[in-house]
Design a protein around this ligand. Structure first.
Ligand code: KG4
Ligand code: ZN
Length: 338
């Protein structure tokens, strides 16, 4: 009989629950976004996030179970994101999952959010082979990893300041486009000319895999302040296109370089920013030239979700790892640079 794990994710502003079986099949995946709550504040308000999670969590879990057509008793283990993320938000999903495991007498597993993103690509593309170089680009993290197997990955480099999604969100805020800003800027960029307003590409050292996005964000801010017409529709589109082109050039260059430096012919992009159409197009074109295969998860698996949490938990469970009920959450990431 199939082993079924309930995954729960509540590290930031999405309350999510999913059921995944041991073949990697996603039986259900429910994501409730709090975007409307935080929109007015131009970013995530941690205390509001925790409160919204606590209101939503039981109903979201219930919905995931019923959408899978299962009974509570058919769930064999429960997993939740342990970190990194907002502590108050994490505690909601983590404590709910512990209580669930305790009440049902089933194993509990704490899962790293970044590991979830790294392996999300295997849920939609189970035939993807190791090794692959992965760009993990989200609102909280930006790094390049060399993934050798399910349990073996190395962080090659990461951002020294803002995450790329964070830079998108901050630029969108400056432009009065609301929160979150990634998808809006991406759409606007398609309408603009990327060569009209150009920004310096923040490559740092081209041979290394570190990033920095705070400078380009400041450059956009300076441009907006010194150009009174920058709120015009066509100028906004050109700013978005110029910003996006600069960011994408750096992301694509470093990811491809990471694959080449490790003599690998596969790359993947995961995390919320993997939804970016400009990045997808650029990588497809550049990788085709170099005979590198690009794999990107389905859109539903790019942003925060609980299917990726359950998938990592399956692997942990297979290797005999479970988490004690006195375990705590963590706010900062644990994956170290090699
Ligand atoms: O992975 P995710 O859902 O949450 C975190 O773990 O942070 O990523 C959310 C981030 C936000 O910053 C959002 O603006 C960004 O992903 N994002 C995008 C796009 N869609 C979402 N960034 C660029 N282009 C997009 N199409
Ligand atoms: Zn995430």
């Amino acid at each position: 009989m199939a082993m079924i794990i309930l995954g729960i994710e509540s590290s930031c502003d999405e309350t999510a629950a999913a059921l995944v079986d041991d073949t990697g099949r996603v039986l259900s995946s429910v994501v409730a976004s709090q975007v409307d709550v935080h929109h007015a504040f131009g970013g995530v308000v941690p205390e509001l996030a925790s409160r919204k999670h606590i209101e939503a969590i039981a109903a979201i879990v219930q919905q995931a179970i019923s959408e899978a057509g299962l009974e509570l008793t058919q769930i064999n283990a429960v997993a939740a994101t342990q970190g990194p993320g907002l502590v108050g938000a994490l505690l909601v999903g983590f404590s709910f999952a512990k209580a669930f495991a305790f009440a049902r007498g089933i194993p509990f597993l704490g899962v790293d959010h970044l590991e979830g993103h790294l392996y999300s690509v295997l849920l939609s593309h189970p035939t993807l082979q190791f090794p692959y170089a992965a760009l993990l680009a989200s609102g909280g993290h930006t790094g390049i990893y060399f993934v050798e197997d399910l349990d073996r990955y190395r962080l090659l480099g990461q951002t020294r300041d803002d995450a790329v999604g964070e830079a998108y969100d901050k630029v969108a805020k400056m432009m009065g486009l609301g929160y979150p800003g990634g998808a809006v800027i991406d759409r606007l960029a398609c309408l603009g000319d990327p060569e009209k307003i150009t920004f310096k590409r923040p490559f740092l050292d081209k041979s290394r895999f570190d990033f920095s996005f705070s400078g380009i964000k400041t450059a956009v801010s300076r441009y907006i302040q010194s150009h009174p017409n920058s709120a015009d529709d066509s100028v906004q589109a050109d700013i978005a296109a110029g910003f996006q082109a600069a960011v994408i050039d750096v992301l694509a260059y470093k990811l491809i370089h990471a694959a080449e430096a490790n003599e690998c012919t596969r790359v993947a992009v995961v995390g919320g920013v993997a939804a970016n159409q400009g990045l997808r197009n650029k990588l497809e074109a550049d990788c085709r030239e170099k005979s590198i295969a690009v794999t990107i998860p389905d859109l539903s698996l790019c942003g925060d979700n609980a299917a990726m949490v359950a998938a990592v938990a399956h692997h942990q469970y297979r290797t005999g790892k479970t988490t004690h009920l006195d375990a705590d959450v963590y706010s900062r990431h644990r994956i170290m640079v090699s």
